[in-house]
Design a protein around this ligand. Structure first.
Ligand code: 7TS
Length: 413
């Protein structure tokens, strides 16, 4: 492990603590990432110096807050190579972003006979809103199947060919699976969807802070992600929408800040992004998200992707030596993001997580908001270790040592 990654740990105050008398080993980054000092400082600085409402005050603080808020929008646009900052809508997170598209776009465009396509490996956030949109409009929801008893084969591209008919009006898919670590060929998905005239929605919650991401190169229509999984604060997220699509879209929520002219009877809307940001926005968290973008780009997302994937491969190698383990998702050596999901014969994931916590190791156990996939794989839950910039090979040793103790306790080893 190079000094670069060791030094990164210094930037994250939360990591330097003991949990249950052991050094914290934080391996739950798929759920949320920790925050570097620069992001925490940006929040404090904003509330100590600049706090004000945006877009409506003519005084110094309001102008400072507005500049910083709009600066964050431009920064996020650069982070994903959006052509225009107006294509960046600040939301509460991935879930909120997908719901916005499902309601606004779904309401305007879906009708009986249409198909909404998603996949079998989506987080509930990229499944349930489409179920609702299909139900409300009379459209049909279909899912691209995943291949293999352990979902090791990725999505079935031959089935995708069959499913992607001209009836498909929208194709929503994840870039990286939060449960499997599968990396989907999203540029290819966008290309194929475009060929049948379908609009694309990419769930980038697990990818945008972990790997290079270029909305123009991908040709994506909508992209959703959360600040808190990429070193930013909770409560802030992004919906990227291609300008031409946003301009045709009606707002989902209405109120102050998004209107041009209001009478007692009616109102007219501002263009994007204001049209989709009714009410006082989450100014402080948006500004801190911009700082998180700076932080990640200074490390380089190419390097972050390589670092996370190397840790996942190392974890796979070491975990596969444990008795009774079933690793879910891509096989060792195949492309995989920085997370590993596994199950032990005879030990529930909640027990694994509870026992690991006694050793200071933070894991995730459960269905990972992926109940239909768990059911398909014949599992109730998996345990997941998910890595990020501050994790080290030594922490994988701590994980494996803790798991060995658990297996001994349950009489598996
Ligand atoms: N999509 C994916 C792929 C996710 O991993 C998550 C959260 C979401 C959407 C929802 O993001 P939110 O910020 O709106 O909640 N995933 C997880 C997880 O794996 N464990 O906890 C949250």
């Amino acid at each position: 492990m190079s000094d670069l990654w060791k030094n990164v740990r210094v930037d994250f105050p939360i990591l330097h603590q003991q949990v249950n008398g052991k050094p914290l080993v934080y391996l739950d980054n798929g759920a949320t990432s920790q925050k570097p000092r620069a992001v925490i400082d940006a929040l404090v600085r904003y509330y100590e110096r600049d706090n004000s409402n945006v877009h409506r005050g003519l005084h110094a603080l309001s102008m400072r807050a507005t500049d910083a808020y709009e600066g964050a929008r431009a920064r996020v646009a650069r982070f994903i190579n959006a052509a225009d900052p107006a294509e960046i809508i600040f939301t509460r997170g991935t879930t909120d972003s997908i719901n916005l598209v499902a309601r606004s776009w779904g309401h305007a465009h879906l009708k009986p006979g249409d198909v909404v396509l998603t996949t079998e490996i989506e987080h509930h956030s990229n499944l349930v809103p489409w179920q609702q949109a299909a139900r409300a409009s009379g459209a049909t929801l279909k899912c691209v199947p995943v291949l293999g008893a352990d979902a090791e084969g990725g999505l079935d591209l031959a089935a995708l060919d069959q499913l992607l008919t001209p009836q498909v009006k929208l194709f929503a898919f994840t870039h990286i699976s939060n449960t499997l670590g599968t990396i989907n060929p999203v540029a290819e998905f966008c290309r194929r969807a475009r060929a049948v005239g379908a609009v694309t929605v990419i769930d980038a919650a697990q990818s945008v802070g972990h790997a290079p991401f270029d909305v123009q190169a991908l040709g994506a229509d909508f992209v959703a992600f959360s600040g808190h999984k990429m070193c930013g604060p909770t409560g802030i997220g992004v919906l990227y929408g291609r300008r031409a699509l946003l301009d045709q879209l009606a707002p989902d929520e209405t109120g102050g800040g998004m209107v041009v002219n209001v009478t007692y009877e009616a109102a007219t809307w501002k263009p994007a992004p204001e049209r989709f940001e009714a009410g006082t926005p989450n100014v402080a968290d948006a500004i801190a998200l911009g700082v998180a973008c700076d932080y990640l780009d200074a490390l380089s997302r190419d390097q972050i992707a390589a670092h996370d994937a190397a840790l996942a491969q190392l974890a796979m190698e070491k975990l596969s030596l444990l008795p009774g383990i079933r690793i879910i998702g891509p096989r060792a050596g195949a492309a995989r993001s920085g997370l590993v999901s596994f199950a032990f014969e005879g030990v529930h994931a909640h027990d694994v997580v509870t026992f690991a916590d006694e050793d200071g190791v933070a894991l995730r156990g459960g269905h990972h908001c992926n109940q239909p996939l768990m059911r398909k794989l014949g599992l109730t839950s998996t345990t997941r270790a998910s890595f990020y910039v501050y994790n080290t090979p030594e922490e994988i040793d701590a994980l494996v040592a803790s798991l060995r103790k658990i297996l001994e306790f349950f009489g598996v080893a």
